[in-house]
Design a protein around this ligand. Structure first.
Ligand code: NAD
Ligand code: ZN
Length: 271
C-alpha cells in the first residue's frame, strides 16, 4: 500500500497524524465516499441498470414519494439489495480501530455519518447517523415505526440473496392510519433527527480537529459542521481524492479513504 502513495502525500499523512495524536477532542464526519470502495455508489456517481435514467436527488425527496410512492419505494428496495452484501473497507476498519484505541488513550472521538448504510457499525464503530438508516421504515403520515416482515426491510440480513427482493411487491400500508410506509431516512428538504444533530453540533463546536472523509460538502446542514468547528478554533482535515468547495481546510489528503485511513491510523496509534 505504501508504495502506491506519493512521498508528498505520505508527508502530509505524517503531518496530520502528528496533529491528531497531540489533540484530545476529534470530530469525524463521513459521507458516501467512504463507502465507495465497498461498492456502494455515491450520489455523484451516475446510477446504473434500472435506475440509469433517474437522478438520486429527484428520488430522495418527500415530493417524489407523494407523487409516485411505488417508484421511490422500489428504488429503496433496490438500494437495500445493493448494500446488503457489502462489507466495510479498510477506511471503516481503520476508524473502528482508532475508536477502540482511543478508549485507552485520553482521546475523545465522535464519529458522525451522513451515510444510511451500516458499514461503520459492521466494522465495530459507534456512530451517529444524521440521515437515518436504510433498514428502518415508518409511516409517511403518522410516523409510527413499521415493524414488518423481515422481507419488508427491518435488517440487512433479509436482503442477502440476489432474488430476495420482489420489485412487484406492493406498497405497505400503516396498520394505524392507512398511510404508506416509507424508509425512515432524512430526505432532501427534511429536518435532521434532533438528538443526533444536537450531539453533532456540540461535538463539532468543541473539537480541536474536525475530519471530513468522503463528503462533497454540498449537502447542508451537515456541510456546516466543519465551518462551526473552524469558527471555534479547530483545525480541519479533508480526505477526498477530488477537490470540494470546502475552503477552510488546513490539511488535504487527496486520495481514496481506503488508501489513506489505514496509514493515518497506524501513524497516530504509533506516536
Ligand atoms: P456525495 O455523493 O455528495 O459525495 C461523495 C464524495 O465522496 C465526493 O466528494 C467524492 O469525491 C468523494 N469520494 C468518492 N470516492 C471516494 C473515496 N474512495 N474516498 C474518499 N472520498 C471519496 O456524498 P455525501 O457528501 O455523503 O452527500 C450526499 C447524500 O448522499 C448524503 O445525504 C447521504 O445520506 C447520501 N448517500 C449515502 C450513501 C451511503 O449510505 N453509502 C450512498 C449515496 C448517497
Ligand atoms: Zn400511520
Amino acid at each position: 500500500m505504501l508504495a502506491e502513495l506519493s512521498p508528498a502525500l505520505i508527508a502530509e499523512v505524517q503531518r496530520a497524524a502528528k496533529l491528531l495524536a497531540s489533540k484530545q477532542r476529534i470530530c469525524i464526519l463521513t459521507g458516501a465516499g467512504i463507502s465507495a470502495e465497498s461498492g456502494i455508489p455515491t450520489f455523484r456517481d451516475k446510477q446504473t441498470g434500472l435506475w440509469e435514467n433517474y437522478v438520486a436527488e429527484d428520488l430522495a425527496t418527500p415530493d417524489a414519494f407523494a407523487r409516485d410512492p411505488k417508484l421511490v419505494w422500489s428504488w429503496y428496495q433496490w438500494r437495500r439489495q445493493l448494500v446488503a452484501d457489502k462489507a466495510p473497507n479498510p477506511a471503516h476498519d481503520a476508524l473502528a480501530q482508532w475508536q477502540y484505541h482511543a478508549q485507552s488513550s485520553n482521546q475523545q472521538l465522535t464519529l458522525i455519518t451522513q451515510n444510511v448504510d451500516d458499514l461503520h457499525e459492521q466494522a465495530g464503530s459507534t456512530v451517529i447517523h444524521l440521515h437515518g438508516n436504510l433498514w428502518s421504515n415508518r409511516c409517511s403520515q403518522c410516523e409510527t415505526p413499521y415493524q414488518g416482515q423481515p422481507s419488508q426491510g427491518q435488517s440487512r440480513g433479509s436482503y442477502n440473496s440476489e432474488d430476495s427482493i420482489n420489485f412487484d411487491e406492493g406498497l405497505i400500508s400503516c396498520s394505524h392510519c392507512g398511510g404508506y410506509v416509507r424508509p425512515d431516512i432524512v430526505w432532501f428538504g427534511e429536518s435532521l433527527p434532533v438528538q443526533a444533530w444536537q450531539t453533532a453540533e456540540e461535538s463539532a463546536a468543541n473539537c480541536e480537529v474536525f475530519i471530513c472523509i468522503g463528503t462533497s460538502s454540498l449537502v447542508y446542514p451537515a456541510a456546516g459542521l466543519a465551518q462551526l468547528a473552524k469558527q471555534n478554533g479547530a483545525k480541519i482535515i479533508e480526505i477526498n481524492p477530488d477537490p470540494t468547495p470546502n475552503s477552510i481546510i488546513d490539511i488535504t489528503l487527496a486520495e481514496k479513504a481506503g488508501m489513506v485511513m489505514p496509514l493515518l491510523i497506524q501513524k497516530i496509534t504509533a506516536l
